[in-house]
Design a protein around this ligand. Structure first.
Ligand SMILES: [Fe+2]
Length: 299
């Protein structure tokens, strides 16, 4: 009996380790996003009470939220004068990766129980995803990965598509959803841009993400360490959208984990490219092609 228990414990540990293979300090990945928000009460209610995040830091106009274990996933800067404007570059969605399909099924059952509207639900062949919109219009994906041995590849890269989710079997995953699971990470970030070429020049040629899939001419998916994607960008909303301005709610910053041994290569690439950046004790800061601040941090 002891042997059987030990075997199943080993299986669980192996599964958790697999997921963290793509979101650990040796892999470049998005760690968290910062949103400028107008109505902090509504936003806290959504992120704490619907998504189940814990408030980790709080000052007069700044909040960070994440897992009970202390992993920051979303930061908020309050600007009560912020006013929504349509068709901007910047956030398409940020994506919270749950530890397992069971967690995703429990979350779906919970959303139905509290009657929170879904904006979509898809099977992408590498993952299964639910889509929501927060009270200020920010897109959120909550997803679980299929085991990486099930991911398929074609000549063009990883095989990802969008088909209907198997909601029947997902809803069979029963459990109480009380908070976002402790092992949840920021799985990926998907941006609206005006130029795929300019995005590739920054994210692939300078920062060092690797192409995983070109989805026609209007979207690209990139990653590090052979993940299906840590970052995606599209022009599905056109190629002449203005960037987010001051006093507009939305994505104003994101933090990327930079493996410490890549700092010198990054600085060399930035110097060659003439991109303006600042080097600080904990990493490197620069603006992305939408004018959104990136912190590449190795702590
Ligand atoms: Fe996504």
């Amino acid at each position: 009996m002891t042997c059987v228990v030990a075997y199943f414990k080993m299986l669980v540990i192996t599964k958790e380790f697999d997921m963290m293979n793509y979101h650990n300090k040796n892999i470049m990945h998005i760690k968290n996003v910062t949103l400028r928000v107008r109505d902090i009460e509504k936003m806290l209610d959504f992120y704490a009470n619907v998504i189940g995040m814990k408030i980790l830091e709080q000052t007069a106009n700044y909040y960070s939220l994440g897992t009970e274990s202390g992993r920051i996933l979303v930061k908020m800067v309050v600007d009560e004068k912020a006013e929504k404007a349509a068709r901007k570059t910047g956030l398409f969605h940020f994506a919270l990766l749950l530890p397992s399909r069971h967690d995703l099924g429990v979350f779906l059952n919970y959303l139905i129980a509290i009657d929170y509207p879904l904006a979509g639900a898809s099977d992408h062949d590498v993952s299964e995803a639910l889509y929501l919109v927060d009270p200020e219009g920010n897109g959120i994906e909550v997803y679980a990965d299929l085991p990486n041995e099930k991911w398929k590849y074609t000549r063009d890269g990883i095989y990802m598509t969008t088909v209907a989710i198997d909601h029947v079997s997902l809803l069979e995953e029963i459990g109480d959803y009380e908070k976002i699971p402790d092992d949840t990470v920021m799985g990926h970030l998907h941006l609206r841009v005006n130029s795929i070429n300019r995005a590739n020049a920054l994210f692939v040629e300078i920062l060092g993400f690797q192409k995983s899939l070109d989805y026609g001419p209007s979207a690209s998916f990139v990653s590090d360490g052979k993940y299906h994607h840590h970052l995606a960008y599209n022009t599905w909303n056109g190629t002449a959208n203005p960037d987010l301005e001051d006093h507009q709610p939305g994505l104003i910053a994101y933090e990327i984990n930079l493996p410490v041994d890549r700092e010198n290569d990054l600085v060399e690439s930035l110097d060659k490219s003439k991109i303006v950046y600042t080097k600080e004790i904990d990493g490197v800061r620069l603006k992305d092609i939408n004018g959104v601040e990136i912190t590449l941090s190795y702590l």
